[in-house]
Design a protein around this ligand. Structure first.
Ligand code: IPM
Ligand code: MG
Length: 371
């Protein structure tokens, strides 16, 4: 057999394995989820890498203050989850060390600082692993541009698309192939989450964003299933958009405020939500929720900020994004009034903040004084 034939045969074999695994994953989705067994709400905190520990210290201080009574009454427990540093993950060759994952699974919700993702070979992203292992299928990212009346909520599918097999493509001499997976069950659940959100929050419109003219099979299915789900919500107007024109629409102040809720596959959601966050005031200003049936994880929308570290400005990292994520988490675990207290304190502290660089600890203390 020539080398080429050998490579083709190996690819076919591994493709078969991938398809079987994915079909099994879908079967698992239908099996139903084991619900919470904890008697109180257990919050896990993960520091992460780069500016992670600095902004998480800010979140930690805020949460201890806001949840003081709940913690002493035993209604809330906060657990520190270790082992997710890039050094430890690299040493073990595990994107999320087994022991850390076991600890994470004893929690109900997680607040996580950014974790470093090596580019190319090597480790899978810890985010991607956690989203998959905890089946956090809905990445919910709210964006507001208040002065314009822009109020967007993105529902990014978080466990499939371009990400699920992103580390399992084929890299042969002269050619590389990656796979994109869209499933009926995976699309139905994110579509329902988006339309339910619209219905329960007085929104009238959901934009379905794909590139179904090019990715005919996968995005074609995504759009078809979202439209099928939309039929159960006659009061909400569903519209189909291609991701390129939607990227343009978001920077068009004349039309962007007409959009309300977006539902989109994983990679487009990744890209458009960074764009949207930038329009809101920068990626440091947006929180992000990863929601599943059993677990949820809340995090900053941005990464570990290696440039800030290089410039020696770690202790000036802006904690806004992680604090917004913390507020989303408080709402999610049943304390919406604490979430608004935090949101108001952040807005108030920001108004008083001078221009120029402010140390993270100073930003945190100003917020805490207003809680
Ligand atoms: C995000 C991030 C992650 C992603 C990275 C860190 C893997 O950009 O949460 O948007 O691509 O999903
Ligand atoms: Mg991103």
């Amino acid at each position: 057999m020539t080398n080429r034939e050998k490579h083709i045969a190996e690819c076919c074999e591994s493709f078969e394995k991938l398809i079987r695994e994915q079909l099994e994953r879908v079967d698992g989705m239908k099996d139903g989820i084991e619900k919470n067994k904890n008697e109180c709400t257990v919050i896990g905190l993960i520091d992460g890498d780069g500016i992670g520990p600095v902004i998480m210290d800010s979140a930690r201080a805020v949460l201890f203050k806001l949840l003081e009574n709940e913690m002493s009454d035993g209604n809330v427990k906060i657990k520190e989850i270790g082992g997710l540093t890039i050094e430890n993950r690299t040493r073990l060759g595990q994107a999320v060390p087994e022991e850390s994952l076991r600890e994470i699974k004893t929690c109900d919700v997680i607040l996580k600082g950014p974790t470093e993702t090596p580019k190319g070979g090597g480790l899978e992203s810890a985010n991607v692993t956690l989203r998959r292992e905890l089946d956090l299928f809905a990445n919910v990212r709210p964006i507001r541009i208040e002065e314009e009346g822009v109020d967007w909520t993105f529902f990014r599918e978080n466990t499939e698309g371009e990400y699920v097999l992103g580390s399992k493509g084929a890299d042969l001499p002269g050619i590389a192939v990656d796979f994109k997976i869209i499933t009926d069950a995976g699309t139905e659940r994110i579509a329902k989450a988006a339309f339910d959100f619209a219905k329960n929050n007085g929104k009238k419109k959901v934009a379905i964003v794909t590139k179904a003219n090019i990715m005919k099979k996968t995005d074609g299915k995504f759009s078809e299933i979202c439209n099928r789900v939309a039929a159960d919500y006659p009061e909400i107007e569903a519209s189909d958009w291609y991701v390129d024109i939607m990227a343009a629409n978001l920077v068009n102040p004349k039309i962007r405020k007409q959009f309300e809720v977006f539902v989109l596959p994983n990679l487009y959601g990744d890209i458009l939500t960074d764009e949207a966050a930038e329009l809101q005031g920068g990626v440091a200003t947006a929180g992000s929720a990863n929601i599943g049936e059993r677990y949820s994880m809340f995090e900053a929308i941005h990464g570990t900020a290696p440039r800030l570290i290089e410039e020696g400005l770690k202790d000036y990292a802006d904690p806004t994004s992680i604090l917004k994520a913390a507020a989303m988490m408080l709402s999610h675990i049943g304390y919406p009034e604490k979430a608004s207290t935090l949101g108001n304190a952040m807005a108030e502290a920001e108004k008083k903040r001078g221009t120029g660089k402010t140390p993270t600890s100073e930003i945190t203390n100003a917020i805490i004084r207003l809680l």
